[in-house]
Design a binder for this molecule. Structure first.
Ligand code: ADP
Ligand code: MG
Length: 388
């Protein structure tokens, strides 16, 4: 899927040239899971897979939207009708961006939009943020807002995309996905501090060390995912309240035992232990990457997985199977990534073992009677940008 394809479909559907094509990447989080809504640290990279938005402004207050993923039909929404709960479905992510821009004082006159994407949808690789951020990049340019021209503006754009997802699409996610899509740089991971909103670029080029980052989309579908996410957030918020802190970020690693002693619910203790140790693992992972110490990076991945599986309880059979199989094949480390209960896992493997690990994971899934997963190696891609 490319920018050219988005432009061609635009011409076919709308009978004229788009004003341009903009794209934004999906992301995979290296480490720092379920930390963003706790004011903590995360370390995503942008994927090479991207969502492309071809756009042309209209002046009649309508958004007309089409996506190959949603079957190429054109959906129409009046901008004045956009509100929490309307529209529903995929167009909420697009209309939400226009709505968020209007909330921020930018008048959106209407637009025709065609979306094509090679980001796997619903795989925990943030196709939703890729969609929002590609549309944001297009509006930013066509409305002459200029946010994407400087880092502070990109932070603002990421925040508006998060509002679109939270308020219009109704998904109560933290801000990591949008930051990854708008604020990363190629060949780097993004150290995101969700307390301050600050970011730092951390070199991430395992390919220069004979290594590769393998992503495995488990294609697992588990019900109740949204409820579980909201429940974890609520537990963390209540624990922070009980400890008298704004967020769990305020609990330092060396104050963890004392904090745990002050909580009387066993489950809340386990959740807090995950969050606090996970933030510490991000700090150690950044140091290891800066030292080119990929053995330690791998160990931290595996520790993170154990914490998410045992303390945060957001893993599932499929994710555990990827991790155990990859480690059994000699991966340096492996973990689930994203919110959990399905979605994707990552493994840090030797480049010449990509095929072996992928094949072993595929066999393990078949032996367990599970739907075939999709595996692919990725490098750290670039942020949202104009293509055509
Ligand atoms: P993830 O972000 O992990 O892929 P989400 O559930 O957050 O999963 O977002 C997936 C939703 O985003 C889809 O159900 C769809 O509504 C929307 N979406 C993402 N990419 C596209 C696309 N290319 N075309 C249409 N809708 C998309
Ligand atoms: Mg998403």
């Amino acid at each position: 899927m490319t920018a050219t394809e988005a432009a061609r479909t635009f011409r076919e559907l709308f009978g004229q040239e788009p004003s341009g094509v903009w794209s934004a990447p999906g992301r995979v989080n290296l480490i720092g899971e379920h930390t963003d809504y706790n004011g903590g640290l995360a370390l995503p990279i942008a994927l090479p897979q991207r969502t492309y938005a071809a756009m042309r402004l209209r002046d009649d207050g309508l958004l007309r939207m089409s996506s190959a993923h949603a079957g190429d039909a054109v959906s129409e929404v009046s901008l004045s009708d956009v509100r929490p709960g309307h529209p529903t479905g995929w167009t909420a992510y697009v209309a939400g961006v226009a709505w968020a821009l209007e909330q921020a004082g930018h008048r959106v006159p209407g637009a025709d939009i065609v979306v094509v994407s090679d980001v796997p949808v619903g795989a925990g690789l943030s196709s939703s943020a890729a969609l929002e951020c590609s549309v944001m990049a297009a509006f930013d340019r066509l409305l002459h807002i200029g946010m994407l021209g400087q880092p502070a503006g990109r932070a603002r754009a990421a925040h508006l995309c998060q509002l679109a997802e939270n308020d219009i699409a109704g998904a109560p996610t933290g801000g990591m996905d949008q930051a990854a899509s708008l604020r990363t740089t190629r060949s780097h991971a993004l150290l995101l501090d969700s307390r301050s909103g600050a970011v730092r670029q951390v070199p991430f080029e395992p390919e220069r060390h004979g290594l590769a980052l393998l992503v495995v989309d488990t294609r697992a579908e588990h019900a109740l995912v949204d409820g579980q996410y909201a429940e974890r957030r609520a537990t963390c918020e209540h624990a922070a309240e009980a400890l008298g802190v704004a967020t769990l970020r305020e609990v330092p690693m060396d104050g963890l035992d004392e904090a745990l002693d002050r909580l009387d619910d066993e489950r809340a203790r386990a959740r807090v232990r995950h969050v606090v140790t996970e933030i510490e693992r991000v700090v150690r992972c950044v140091a290891a990457l800066e030292d080119d110490d990929f053995d330690t990076v791998g160990e931290l991945f595996t520790e993170s997985h154990a914490s998410l599986r045992d303390d945060y309880e957001v893993s599932c059979v499929e994710l555990d199977l990827v991790v155990d199989t990859a480690l059994g094949c000699g991966a340096l480390g492996a973990r689930m990534t994203g919110a959990g209960f399905g979605g994707s896992a990552i493994a840090l493997v030797r480049a010449d073992e990509i095929e072996t690990v992928s094949a072993s994971v595929e066999r393990a899934f078949a032996d367990s009677g599970l739907k075939a997963p999709a595996s692919f190696a990725v490098t750290a891609g670039g942020p949202a940008a104009r293509d055509l």
